[in-house]
Design a protein around this ligand. Structure first.
Ligand SMILES: Cc1ncc(COP(=O)(O)O)c(C=O)c1O
Length: 415
């Protein structure tokens, strides 16, 4: 049945959209907690949580209650009039989110995807500084929308579109490089006449294979930005809202703008860019036409689900749980895997854990070996050299005890 569904998909969908070569094929049919079932009823332990989106697990009771209320109330608002007439849901979400973030990040704008949140940060930085240069980091990932594509590192994502991109306005430097290199990039952009609007960085590089820089490096970056009057954007689309054991890395390091996405909508599309009030206020007052908006921005149902999800993350202590259980998982993985053939490193923070192997593409092979064993993990790293584990923040201990030996079995099978 998985195959029949895939054939239907192949007939109708753009060839680029879904990976279709997985053998055996896997088509999601049902999900609950950290378990997923495919179209043939086969069960999987979900160590990916939809790229870190389903922070409370699939079909969480808190979230089901939101849906049940929304769909049993015949007059519940599903879609509103975003930037013209706001919904109560949007206002409540903005208020609660703003209250949870560092005090100085007190104004935000909503969108639907991580890339769109980054797009808002990039536009904000240009409006606020009246400069148009950006500095980003090698292997960084910020989304694939055309406006922000120059900030995403991987050349293969950009190759067909380079002629459309203002690449001359973007300087890429090594992640966790000496500060002198970043300073030189800022100075060069100034000399070139356009100047640096902002530096954009992931507090932990996610898609690059869970690369954790020293906290002191992020702090130095913030200091340099302050000294040079350049804005610092934290792209926390992946790392934010508890994933790495903090709601926002901007509590520890003074970023000026942060981008949130993935977990924010509790599984529905929702993202946000929050920033310092004085920076965000560079946007003019909406006089009837927003300079930046979209039909579905601040979607009421997404905001309703997002608010319930965020409240659960905060009140159920899932941020601390992520930090603590992530340490348990990392220790288990190190104990069981380090020393096995091909295993190079286990690293991460909170429930964002990477296993690096010693060959390009081997992460994708491991992902394929895990699937028939009933485990879903995602290949990661710029060369597919590892896998990432980003389970739900309430990932049950017993599911981990079941998954760990299966991961070991799959790793041993690579030898
Ligand atoms: C750090 C980071 N920024 C931005 C994005 C883009 O988010 P989206 O795919 O929702 O546009 C991602 C997606 O993985 C990400 O990891």
């Amino acid at each position: 049945m998985n195959h029949e569904w895939m054939q239907k998909l192949q007939k109708w969908e753009c060839r680029d959209s879904t990976y279709q070569a997985a053998e055996p094929a896997l088509v999601f049919a049902r999900a609950k907690g950290s378990r997923i079932w495919d179209a043939e009823g086969r069960e999987y332990i979900d160590l990916c949580a939809g790229f870190g989106v389903t922070a409370l697990g699939h079909n969480n009771p808190t979230q089901r209650a939101v849906f049940e209320r929304s769909f049993s109330d015949e007059s519940a608002i599903i879609h509103g009039m975003g930037d013209v007439y706001p919904s109560i849901d949007k206002i409540l979400l903005l208020e609660y989110l703003g209250q949870q973030l560092p005090q100085r990040l007190n104004r935000g704008a909503l969108a639907l995807s991580g890339g769109q949140a980054v797009e808002i940060a990039v536009k904000t930085a240009q409006i606020a500084t009246k400069r148009s240069g950006f500095i980003c980091f090698k292997d960084g990932y910020h989304g694939l929308d055309l406006g922000i594509l120059p900030l995403t590192s991987r050349a293969d994502f950009k190759a067909p579109f380079v002629e459309w991109m203002p690449s001359h306005l973007v300087t890429e430097v090594e992640y966790a490089c000496p500060m002198a290199q970043v300073e030189e990039a800022i100075d060069q952009q100034k000399k070139a006449g356009f100047g640096t609007a902002a530096i954009i960085v992931e507090a932990i590089q996610g898609r690059a294979g869970i690369r954790v820089p020293p906290l002191a490096w992020l702090s130095s970056l913030a200091e340099l930005c302050r000294a040079k009057s350049v804005l610092l954007i934290f792209d926390e689309v992946f790392t934010g809202l508890g994933r790495i054991g903090t709601l926002s890395s901007a509590f520890a390091v003074e970023a000026d703008l942060i981008c949130l996405g993935k977990a924010l909508g509790g599984g529905l599309p929702l993202s946000a860019c929050f920033g310092r009030g004085d920076v965000m206020d560079a946007w003019p007052q909406n006089q009837g036409e927003a300079l930046h908006t979209g039909t579905f921005f601040g979607h009421p149902l997404s905001c309703r689900l997002g608010l319930a999800t965020l409240q659960a993350i905060v009140t159920e202590g899932l941020v601390e749980r992520s930090m603590n259980f992530g340490e348990v998982m990392q220790a288990d993985l190190k104990r069981e895997l380090i020393g096995l053939p091909h295993v190079k490193d286990v690293r991460g923070q909170g429930l964002m854990i990477g296993l690096e192997l010693d060959e390009k593409g081997l992460g994708a092979v491991l992902m394929d070996r895990l699937r028939p064993l009933g485990v879903i993990a995602l290949a990661s790293g710029s060369f597919g050299e590892g896998i990432s584990l980003t389970p739900a923040l309430n990932f049950p201990e017993k599911d981990w005890q079941e998954a760990l030996p299966l991961i070991k079995q799959a790793v041993i099978s690579l030898a």
